[in-house]
Design a protein around this ligand. Sequence first.
Ligand SMILES: NC(=O)CC(=O)O
Length: 413
Amino acid sequence: MISLAEIQRRIDSGDLSADAAIAQSQEAIRAKEKTIGAFVCRADDVRAARTGPLRGIAVGIKDIMDTADFPTEMGSPIYRGFRSRGDAAVVMMLKQAGASIVGKTTTTAFASVDPTPTLNPHNRGHTPGGSSSGSAAAVAAGMIPLALGTQTGGSVIRPASFCGVAAIKPSYRLLPTVGVKCYSWTLDTVGLFAAGVDDVARGLSAMTGRPELVPSASVASPRIGVVTQHFAGAPEAAGAEALQTAARVAERAGATVHGVDLQEIVAEAWRVHPLIQEFEAHRALAWEYRENYDAMAPLLRSKLDESRDTTPAAYDAAMGVASRARQALEKVFDDVDVLLTLSAPGAAPKGLASTGDARYNRLWTLMGVPCVNVPAHVADGGLPVGVQVIARYGADAQALAAARFVEQALARK
Ligand SMILES: NC(=O)CC(=O)O
């Protein structure tokens, strides 16, 4: 994979020009895209910026985010050829930091659950996950050092786990969603994919102008609470192995590690996530669903068919549960620095019929807390399995530092 941090180091030292760095990504895309299918569209004539911390960094943008230089088709024929006049806010944040947008990456329709044709670079007989399928696959395949995705259920952390890349779903609203097609305004969160945790941190730091997000060279040993999320069902053996391995090596590296049980109100929040998500989707996608019903992707259309009678009272009650759960979760972080839990039930499912199950992700999206995927295990067939490091709302720097600690401990195992 291409390390964003390594490119920055080489450009800063004069060993590599920003143009040469972009050319390297363009060459890698030409060599690998035909077997992976990570991009909807891309440009071959992209030039590097002269200034900015992300100069020379080629970036893929999930195709639900507006771009002035490329069409934005939402993974749906309803938007075929649609072209926004301007860039989404996060695209402009990347450009203002010097990044070069090289293309739009595949997405499930409206970032929901209908699979894309993109293949997992680790084993092309498997899905890369979704809904940010192309972003995870393009980074994992070594085509680009950075890509943007979004998460409403598990669409950043799960594909990152399946593709063996680092990723962050930041605290809710750390990044603006202006210019990003809305599915659920309570849940939609923009995230980043990169080769390693330091690479993700540097990308997010450069976009936001927050230097504190980059972990220091030596990271303090964190207090880690291991959460199994029993209410979400049992994991597959590979998922359990990933979590046990990460906890074991972190403790060996000096972290304090113990199990944490979450209060029942937090488990209740996990249960009401789908109701909130689909109630809001019926409003965010009302035009598409009602005026373009036959052109809607089949799995998404079924989800909306099944949830069309949700009442405002039920939605209000669910939102109340979420609010109380956030308060209860905040108290958990009085005793630990971060939580460690599963990123996905196991390795990437075989075939392309499903992008996987968000059952270990959706609670944290609703809680709005920062989540960082760290590759932790390689299952049969060479398929990666990750774990996620989670900090309290707003503590994105702490989540990244602890994730870096776990990543380094895993590297030494
Ligand atoms: N957008 C999403 O997060 C949906 C998913 O988890 O598959």
